[in-house]
Design a protein around this ligand. Structure first.
Ligand SMILES: Cc1cc2nc3c(=O)[nH]c(=O)nc-3n(C[C@H](O)[C@H](O)[C@H](O)COP(=O)(O)O)c2cc1C
Length: 356
């Protein structure tokens, strides 16, 4: 397996950056269950550049398990991105990843995210300047192109490769496709053939099972396999990919509770609010925010289990820590996997928390 900069990873499986999901608690869990690398959700270069307290909170990581710590930054201006990368490094980042795939207008309007696919030369400048400013390995995550008429992933790879990119992840849908249709794995194969061993290629898109991961690797020759939605509610997939078991009922319940408690702590700790509130009120608000954020995880963890749709209705009414804990204990300790039910696809791409 090709290393990423100086890092030889323990296996080829990587957790995808996911806004509102790939926070420290979920990344720590994925690492512990076997993921070799877990990139943060996208973090604003402008926010880092301005040392915005709210943005800096996204940088928190767990140095005990998150090694190497890969920070994803989005932005379009080389000077701002270079400065943002330095601030990321000062806060512990060991790899800097550049978001070149985000389809959201608020991001692309400023020339960031997937808008960089329209300007391979500027994308290369970002890599070069961020490398030079930090001395860290700089990776990038691209799509296949902006739309069906401009699938320029090879040209992007040439520009980023010349600038010294340490690895390139590709999500083979165009910006125009968003998350619809099927990821076109032939793009990953094509990219790998194009770059050879110049730098590692990370394949991404529609890997939900061990079999999918094996097929992607075999069909495309990619160096690493990156998994996003397949790990939502199922971080055990990383263990299964290494030959380990599916979770038992008790293990599932214990992990859901642990994830919730760590999420609550993560949200409460160093919360930035505009008003100065009395401590009890601040604690109650933080608890409510954490419970609301965590509802989506509860629904994902329940995916495919008997009674999941009833549980999802209940989840949407949960307001307090105590309510979450008791419903998790009741549902997950009682629920068996429903072999008959094909789980429905239900993923919200929610960039709101990250983008403000
Ligand atoms: C909820 C959600 C949030 C996402 N946030 C980001 C992000 O912050 N940065 C990024 O590069 N991609 C982001 N993505 C895209 C994923 O990293 C990945 O490319 C995409 O989901 C396809 O992989 P999958 O089929 O394994 O989910 C997000 C996807 C989802 C579902």
């Amino acid at each position: 397996m090709l290393p990423i900069g100086p890092y030889t990873l323990k296996n080829r499986f990587i957790l995808a950056p996911m806004a509102g999901v790939s926070e420290m608690p979920f990344r720590s869990i994925a690492f512990e269950l076997g993921a070799a690398l877990c990139t943060t959700e996208l973090v604003s270069a402008q926010g880092l550049f301005r040392i915005n307290t709210r943005t800096l909170r996204y940088l928190r990581f767990n140095p005990e398990v998150e090694r190497p710590y890969s920070l994803q930054i989005f932005g379009g201006e080389p000077e701002v991105m270079a400065r943002a990368a330095v601030i990321g490094k000062e806060h512990g980042a060991q790899i800097i990843d550049i978001n070149m795939g985000c389809p959201v207008k608020k991001v692309t309007r400023s020339g960031a995210g997937s808008a960089l696919m329209c300007d391979p030369s500027r994308a290369g400048d970002l890599v070069r300047m961020m490398r030079e400013a930090t001395g860290l390995p700089v990776t990038a995550k691209i799509r296949s192109g902006w739309d069906a008429n401009s699938r320029n992933f090879r040209e992007m790879a040439d520009s980023l490769g010349a600038a010294g990119v340490a690895a390139l992840a590709v999500h083979p849908r165009t910006r125009a496709q968003g998350y619809s249709g099927k990821a076109d794995w032939s793009v990953i194969a094509d990219l790998k053939k194009h770059v050879g061993d110049a730098f590692p290629v990370i394949g991404n898109g529609d890997v939900k099972t061990v079999e999918d991961a094996t097929r992607m690797h075999e069909m495309t020759g990619c160096d690493y396999v990156m998994i996003g939605r397949g790990a939502l509610g199922n971080p055990w997939l990383f263990r299964e990919l290494l030959g380990g078991p599916k979770p038992s009922r008790e293990e599932r319940a214990t992990l859901v509770l642990r994830h919730f408690r760590e999420h609550l702590h993560f949200v409460s700790h160093e919360r930035v609010t505009r008003e100065k509130l009395p401590p009890e009120e601040e604690a109650a608000r933080a608890e409510k925010a954490a419970v609301h954020n965590f509802r989506k995880h509860l629904a994902w963890y329940a995916h495919g289990l008997a009674g999941a749709s009833h549980f999802r209705n209940l989840v949407n009414r949960l307001e307090t820590k105590r309510e979450v804990e008791s419903s998790v204990e009741q549902f997950f300790l009682g629920a068996e996997r429903d072999a008959s039910g094909a789980p429905e696809e239900e993923y919200d791409v929610d960039y709101r928390t990250a983008l403000g």
